[in-house]
Design a binder for this molecule. Structure first.
Ligand SMILES: Nc1ncnc2c1ncn2[C@@H]1O[C@H](COP(=O)(O)OP(=O)(O)OP(=O)(O)O)[C@@H](O)[C@H]1O
Ligand SMILES: [Mg+2]
Length: 498
């Protein structure tokens, strides 16, 4: 089979094409591989000392197929053909991956193959090439992440699974939960713990799902990811399947850890998922995105009282913490063990050296005005809640704010329906939506607010009341606020509108 080929190049029995790529023939192959899959195929065939007929016979293809492949007349070579040709060329390991990838690039992107080749050139390693630029985009991790041991160990476990897989499904871990509860902090900390398993790099994208300016489009995020993979702007295909295809091609059979932070919905995430078994994707989001096929789901909640105390004590320092443990516990209760709120009060105390814990407690002023007081620099609990509230569908927002008027620690769907003036079935669905985005908690058939969320819901109710009054004065009729009274037996009951 290894007879001389028509160009008269001497057969090369003592080394296969892989060795040629790695050693003497590398530069030649590299420069030609920048041209096309066909050129690469021709170089490898000749280095194996094969004629087109030899390669056709060895791979079970027709001579015409080999010829057309080398002439780049086949833009989408069959996967089976590429594999059998790679076998016949005795390609293995990285070199084989590279050969298959280049064929795949033709398959996926056709005329955008130049972009893929640019990537291949950048990421090739070997004598005479610059080392590949490996993206390492994780933002800084918190130096003081508290608790979350169970969740971190789940992420580590899933990363081990990711590395052991051989199918074409990328393990996906969804971290979801209420606003400001620590999803991003956990995902970043977890990503650092497993990053060494993903040797081709770590990609990070902010999907802006809870941004005031609206979520990023999947196409924009893909463009950003492609740039991170060294694809120049001019080579990024237009939005759509070509762009997705290029991304999947470039990450295929590689080990990337991809963190998609603050996702909005499933449709935004799906185009960003590779189809490779060696990578892993960590998604953070407020709603659970239950339409995604996740290998792991982590629902984050507020911290335990112990963890909250450790967090606050760490932020304010041992002197403050030890001086007035009762005040510290009151702060923790006021913050509802909510990480963002704890971070805010901790930062405020730490940056006001003349205050002690009791001073801060006084300044927070009990429940009235608490949300206004809970800001520190650009950390703002109300603003964080507001984004979630604005994204609620109208009936869900109605149920949310009207439930703030229900006295008592919790309520059922019937009572929420009476408070909202909506049908029970619609209200039950709305309550479940609120649980999904972390604005309500559910236990044993009853719903409950976290204290801080209830304060926020009450503010929303007051604002809606003001709007209603303004609309009434302007001649518009709008639904009235329900009055809820505490019944003699059996807790609160709705008593009508007023
Ligand atoms: N386990 C933790 N230990 C210490 N600080 C934490 C922890 N979790 C969160 N924080 C702090 O709480 C704040 C909010 O955290 P983070 O931004 O991760 O929340 P999030 O759930 O991603 O919020 P969003 O829903 O707005 O995206 C941050 O300032 C962070 O420092
Ligand atoms: Mg976040």
């Amino acid at each position: 089979m290894a007879a001389g080929h028509p160009d008269g190049t001497a057969p090369c029995h003592h080394r296969n094409a892989c060795e040629a790529l790695d050693h003497g023939g590398y530069r030649k192959v590299k420069s030609l591989s920048e041209e096309s899959f066909g050129d690469l195929l021709r170089v490898l065939r000749r280095q194996e000392g094969l004629s087109q007929e030899d390669l056709a016979a060895a791979s079970g293809s027709s001579v015409r197929t080999i010829r057309e492949l080398e002439r780049c007349r086949v833009m989408a070579p069959q996967r089976r053909t590429v594999q059998t040709v790679a076998d016949a060329l005795r390609l293995a390991g990285d070199q084989r991956d590279r050969f298959v990838s280049l064929a795949e690039m033709n398959r996926f992107i056709g005329s955008d193959a130049r972009a893929a080749r640019a990537f291949l050139t950048t990421h090739q390693s070997g004598p005479g090439t610059r080392p590949a630029r490996i993206p390492r985009q994780l933002p800084a991790a918190l130096p003081d992440l508290i608790g979350r041991r169970r969740e971190l160990s789940a992420i580590r476990r899933l990363a081990v699974l990711a590395n052991g897989r051989t199918d074409h499904h990328t393990p996906l871990v969804v971290v979801h939960g209420p606003p400001g509860v620590g999803k991003t902090s956990l995902a970043v900390a977890g990503a650092y713990q497993v990053s060494s398993r993903f040797s081709d790099g770590q990609l990070f994208a902010d999907l802006r799902g809870s941004s005031i300016n609206g979520p990023a489009t999947a196409a924009d995020v893909l463009a950003q990811l492609l740039r991170s993979l060294a694809v120049p702007d001019t080579e990024i295909p237009p939005p759509g399947t070509a762009r997705e295809g290029l991304f999947r091609t470039l990450v295929r059979d590689r080990r990337f850890l991809i963190v998609l932070d603050d996702a909005f919905d499933e449709a935004q995430v799906r185009p960003l998922l590779p189809a490779t078994s060696q990578s892993m994707v960590l998604v953070t989001c407020r709603p659970p995105l239950s339409g995604l096929d996740a290998a792991g789901r982590i629902r984050l909640d507020t911290l335990s009282h112990e963890d909250a105390r450790q967090m606050l004590a760490g932020l304010v320092g041992p002197r403050h913490a030890a001086a007035d443990p009762d005040a510290l516990d009151s702060l923790i209760r006021l913050c509802g063990r909510w990480p963002l709120a704890l971070r805010i009060v901790g930062n405020r105390l730490a940056s006001s050296p003349t205050w002690d814990t009791r001073d801060l407690l006084d300044r927070l002023g009990g429940r009235n005005g608490l949300l206004t007081a809970l800001t520190a620099g650009d950390l703002d609990l109300r603003a964080t809640f507001t984004m979630s509230y604005r994204q609620l569908a109208a009936p869900v927002a109605t149920v949310f704010r009207s439930a703030a008027a229900i006295p008592g620690p919790d309520f059922d769907a019937a009572l929420a329906a009476a408070a909202a003036g909506l049908a029970p079935a619609d209200t039950a669905a709305a309550c479940d939506d609120l649980v999904d985005v972390g604005l309500l908690q559910y236990h044993n058939g009853r719903y409950a607010f976290n204290d801080l969320v209830r304060l926020f819901a009450a503010e929303c109710l007051d604002a809606a009341e003001r709007d209603r009054r303004a609309a009434d004065e302007g001649g518009c009729v709008s639904p009235r606020r329900p009055r809820i009274a505490v019944g003699a037996v059996g807790g609160p009951v709705a008593v009508g509108s007023g």
